[in-house]
Design a protein around this ligand. Structure first.
Ligand code: KG4
Ligand code: ZN
Length: 335
């Protein structure tokens, strides 16, 4: 089954062709980061307008790169939520129109299921069952996964998502959007041990997270340094490192707990923050200590992309699912 996947939940237009026999045939992405950067975050209206502009050229591009005649697919999958409603409407309306014109089924896919299954696109995909840590700009969740669509929520953030904490922390120190990669880059120059940040909610049982206090802690630390006349690049780097270490260690402690609580050996990380090198190293070490294994996608499939939507859509369309009735994007949608 050959599926066209379309992702437009936020500020990335992603399009891909995935074939159940041959794997990923082509994927193309347009990132709107430069468009939103001057505003310090995503402007929903601008995001929707830009998705409209990019859609047709990107769809053309994947068919041409895959060497597949336009429209010769067995279905169209698109992100139906969660995300920005205007942005979701663009991808959804376009996908539904294509499915209507080509006479093939369409299916709205859950964005976080896309992320969750992205590591399946790699050479060494994880086998079910596994524990998944979903860490993106909008979500931080620990999920027990026993199959496609078989998800049990083990814990989640009670306030900010991990990626959101990276973005907000970066912003308050005057760094560019998106903050995750900026903090990670800056942290490379950080002095270990200069600052020690808390590991929120690790001193009590449970698998929930809270990252908003960490952001406030960073703000207070940064402001205290600035008040003393120290707003140097080195101090920014030292704070970035302390922040990153705190997030990474907190996530590692909870993942370890989740593996122990479920008795599972495989840990999958997905979503934008799973591109973080320090997080991967820390989880790799922790998993090895439990005789377990860590799985993740290549960096460009950790952040938003069309390939993960094509893949998730393909698995579900093959199982006989398809859209019935009208188009209804969902800003919020539990996994
Ligand atoms: O999955 P994603 O592309 O979009 C959402 O579904 O939200 O995740 C974007 C998030 C942003 O908050 C970004 O700062 C974060 O992922 N991110 C990172 C890194 N790369 C992206 N955070 C930490 N380290 C990174 N290397
Ligand atoms: Zn995402």
């Amino acid at each position: 089954m050959l599926i066209l996947g379309i992702e437009t939940s936020c500020d990335e237009t992603g399009v891909a062709l995935y074939d159940s026999e041959r794997g990923l045939l082509a994927d193309a992405l347009f990132s709107q980061i430069d468009l939103h950067r001057i505003y310090g975050g995503v402007v929903p209206e601008l995001a929707s307008r830009d998705h409209v502009k990019r859609m047709i050229p990107l769809v053309r591009e994947v068919f041409e790169r895959a060497g597949v005649p336009h429209g010769e697919v067995d279905g169209v999958a698109y992100t139906a939520g969660p995300g920005l409603v205007g942005a979701l409407l663009v991808g959804g309306a376009f996908a539904r129109a294509l499915s209507f014109a080509w006479g093939v089924p369409a299916l709205g896919v859950h964005h976080m299921e896309g992320h969750l299954l992205a590591p399946m696109l790699e050479e060494r995909p994880p086998a079910f069952p596994f524990v998944a840590l979903l860490v993106s700009g909008g979500h931080t969740q620990l999920v027990e996964v026993t199959g496609i669509g078989e998800y049990r929520l083990l814990g989640e953030s009670l306030d900010d998502a991990a990626g959101e904490a990276f973005d907000k922390t970066a912003k308050l120190m005057g760094l560019r959007y998106p903050g995750g990669p900026e903090i990670a880059r800056l942290a490379e120059q950080g002095t270990p041990g200069r600052f020690l940040f808390p590991r929120p909610m690790t001193d009590r049982p449970g698998l929930d997270f809270s990252f908003s206090g960490l952001k406030t802690f960073t703000l207070n630390t940064w402001q205290a340094c600035v008040a003393e006349g120290d707003d140097s690049e080195q101090t920014r780097a030292d704070i970035a490192l302390a922040f990153e270490q705190a997030v990474v260690e907190t996530l590692t402690i909870k993942c370890r707990r989740a593996l122990k609580a479920t008795g599972l050996k495989r840990l999958v990380i997905a979503g934008g923050v799973s591109a973080n090198r320090r997080l991967r190293q820390s989880l790799e070490k922790m998993a090895a200590g439990l005789n377990g294994e860590l799985f993740y996608a290549r960096p460009q499939f950790c952040t938003d992309n069309g390939a993960m939507i094509a893949y998730a859509g393909c698995r579900r369309l093959m199982a006989g699912q398809q859209d019935e009735g009208g188009l209804s994007p969902r800003a919020r949608w539990p996994l």
